[in-house]
Design a protein around this ligand. Structure first.
Ligand SMILES: C[S@@+](CC[C@H](N)C(=O)[O-])C[C@H]1O[C@@H](n2cnc3c(N)ncnc32)[C@H](O)[C@@H]1O
Length: 290
């Protein structure tokens, strides 16, 4: 038998990952584990811990082992079929809330390439807490080309009681949304797009992401192919809607994406938005006339 004290010495050298594995295996929160160093793992817990630790050592991300990832103030279920939501993407939630509240009209919030659904669920939940009227006036929609991702996103929305407020649509980029937007007679769109933006070389050169799906990571030539296609799709509708589009990228892609945005869309404001490290992580486009 292993006690936490004899084998894991939680308060000192054990890493964040091991603590998280123990929380997962023992189904106790960390503060409980830290204050019960005499606790003995039972046989089942020991076996489970060993299996989980093995997976960690062979490069499986913690989130795929525990099937869970924290994002914004929430916890989302994840599987190897969806990207593990990243902390830098959380800023889109704040941008979305500000944009939708400011719009003061019937709006739609679109999450293109929703993956686990972390973004759309966090936006809807935060808006519900912060501004009931804006929440009521907003139609939430999330799309993905992967039906596995759509299933996962629905499960996550359901866990926060939002599955009835979010429409999930399988399909390519902006196209699956258009009928629904027109049916709701919506004129203002907030669009979040964290599309795959890595090149093949970037994907192959980074060990930490090797367990995540190609479909969620690879963005073709220059990593920007999906964003270019999205801009071309939006071009057709640019006079029909006011929109605020936020695209997450790697900092080195900023100038190319700005150029492509200016080439495809007319009369747009373009903004570079940094992440917490001061690097350009988002390109925001706005075609509001007023
Ligand atoms: C980088 S992941 C982002 C997932 C999630 N939004 C997040 O921030 O954690 C990109 C997502 O885009 C989806 N995707 C890839 N190609 C797409 C396409 N042509 N149309 C819609 N979604 C697409 C992938 O399946 C994946 O779920």
């Amino acid at each position: 038998m292993s006690t936490l004290e004899s084998n894991f010495n939680l308060s000192k050298k054990y890493s964040r990952e091991i603590k998280s594995l123990l929380v997962f295996v023992c189904k106790r929160d960390l503060s409980w584990l830290l204050s019960h160093s005499e606790y003995e793992l039972n046989d089942q817990e020991e076996v489970l811990f060993k299996q989980a630790y093995e997976l960690l050592l062979t490069g499986t991300p913690l989130a795929y082992i525990t099937s869970e990832q924290a994002f914004y103030n929430y916890n989302f279920k994840v599987s190897p079929k969806v990207l593990i939501p990243r902390p830098e993407t959380e800023l889109i939630v704040d941008i979305a809330i500000e944009s939708i509240v400011k719009s003061q009209e019937k709006a739609a919030c679109l999450d293109i390439g929703t993956g686990s659904g972390a973004l759309i669920t966090s936006i809807a939940s935060e808006l519900q807490k912060k501004d009931q009227i804006a929440f009521k006036n907003c139609a939430f929609m999330a799309g993905d080309i992967s039906t596995d991702a759509i299933k996962q996103a629905k499960i996550n929305a359901q866990a926060y009681g939002l599955d009835n407020r979010i429409n999930f649509l399988a399909g390519n980029l902006f196209t699956p949304f258009i009928d629904l937007i027109r049916r709701h007679n919506i004129r203002y769109l907030f669009i979040a797009a964290n599309l795959p933006y890595l090149t093949k070389e970037e994907r192959e050169g980074e060990n930490s992401i090797k367990a995540e799906p190609d479909l969620a990571l690879l963005g073709g030539k220059d990593g920007l192919e999906l964003y270019l296609e999205l801009l071309q799709q939006l071009k057709k509708y640019q006079d029909e809607f006011n929109f605020h589009l936020v695209m997450e990228i790697n900092p080195w892609q900023a100038e190319k994406l700005i150029q492509a945005s200016a080439n495809n869309l007319s009369d747009i404001n373009i903004k570079k938005t940094p992440d917490l490290n001061g690097q350009t992580r988002f390109i925001e486009l706005n075609n509001r006339r007023n």
